[in-house]
Design a protein around this ligand. Structure first.
Ligand SMILES: *Cc1c(COP(=O)(O)O)cnc(C)c1O
Length: 363
């Protein structure tokens, strides 16, 4: 079998051009006689790679000079602790609970201070984004935390919350670099790169410089302080060199296509193909309130577990793989990240119609 259309939620597809370029340079990176995986992170060649990656990321996203861009490890999950450890000065913050990842972050923050649930969509199994125009934010809160795209439930914020002057902290793991953003609207945002940007093992955090504290309590581990990596340009210890290199190639790929505006146009086009097919179907149903549907992750069901399983199996035989839904939602989930070509989504939509013709809904 050749390349498949991989609808996995993460790790997920990478652009073929990027994989091919990495393959060309794999054993001898630009005449150095070695792979990026084998070279010193203190050497000149890698220094060029990480500096270029950061510069391209800044251009792509439009990161102002008063923000750090940090390449970290520990996954999105480690940020659930790092955020409160570093930013909870008053030991109080507000969290909007829109799914598993927001809930995990909220629960972790409770270890370090008073993490208040400002709103939640748990009442309807996280199928919508709550109204965030007038949240019960209090003066003593250090920040307001959201998960901007809910990978499991398939909801996405299309309007940021009114934080009433407090700094917004966002987990953007699963919609990272999918559309243009205004960095100045955030105190910080972070994303594990394995959903939409690169190989698992690196987290990119963008944080406003004045939020990076140097007066943290003694017991905060050195490696969990943003100041540690900020002072050393993400090279305090050995960084995830290979991941940073691949991310750098992905940034170039995005810049070449026309940046995040063009990426967003393509993502909207893909989502339209998918959701139009879903809305036209009598067999398949979306699980999310329409206006909150994620452009990245689309859960859907037939309502019949056996039929869902058959769909997933037959789709895989057509080269449409990893469509099984998360266990908390069931059914199917199509993740249509940046590297998924529109042809993959068109093929999925066509297969859905074909499957429905064989399994008509009788009423
Ligand atoms: C996958 C995911 C995480 C967890 O990432 P890890 O790198 O596995 O720790 C956190 N937040 C969101 C939104 C995710 O999709």
């Amino acid at each position: 079998m050749g390349r498949v259309y991989n609808f996995a939620a993460g790790p997920a597809m990478l652009p073929l051009e990027v994989l091919e370029e990495a393959q060309r340079d794999l054993v001898d990176y630009k005449g150095t006689g070695m792979s990026v995986m084998e070279m010193s992170h203190r050497g000149k060649v890698f220094d060029g790679i990480i500096k270029q990656a950061e510069a391209d990321f800044r251009t792509l996203v439009g990161v102002p000079d008063n923000y750090y861009v940090l390449f970290l490890q520990g996954g999105g999950s480690q940020q659930f602790a790092e955020v409160p450890l570093n930013l909870m000065k008053n030991k109080k913050a507000g969290y909007v609970i829109t799914g598993n990842w927001a809930k995990k972050a909220w629960q972790e923050a409770q270890k370090y201070g008073d993490a208040v649930a400002l709103a939640s969509s748990a009442d309807k199994n996280f199928t919508y984004i709550p109204d965030c125009s007038d949240l019960p934010i209090t003066e003593d809160m250090d920040y307001v935390y959201i998960c901007e795209n809910n990978t499991i439930y398939g909801t996405e914020y299309f309007k940021l919350p009114n934080t009433k002057g407090k700094d917004l902290v966002a987990d953007v793991s699963s919609n990272f670099l999918s559309r243009p953003i205004d960095v100045t609207k955030y105190g910080m945002f972070f994303g594990g790169v394995q959903k939409n940007v690169g190989p698992a093992g690196c987290v990119i955090a963008v944080i406003r410089k004045d939020l990076v504290r140097t007066d943290l309590p003694e017991e905060v581990p050195t490696m969990l302080r943003y100041s540690t990596q900020a002072e050393k340009d993400s090279l305090y210890n050995t960084p995830p060199c290979w991941q940073i290199y691949i991310c750098g190639l992905v940034f170039k790929w995005l810049l070449k296509m026309g940046g995040l505006t063009e990426m967003n146009r393509r993502n909207e086009a893909k989502a339209k193909v998918f959701y139009d097919a879903l809305d036209a179907s009598s067999l398949f149903k979306g699980t999310v309130r329409k206006e909150d549907r994620s452009l990245m992750n689309a859960p859907f069901v037939t309502g019949d577990k056996d039929l869902d399983a058959e769909f997933v199996k037959e789709a895989a035989e057509q080269g449409l793989v990893s469509l099984k839904g998360h266990r908390t939602v069931g059914g199917m989930r199509a993740s249509m990240y940046n590297a998924m070509p529109i042809e993959g989504v068109e093929k999925l939509a066509a297969f859905m119609r074909e499957f429905e013709a064989k399994h008509p809904v009788l009423d």
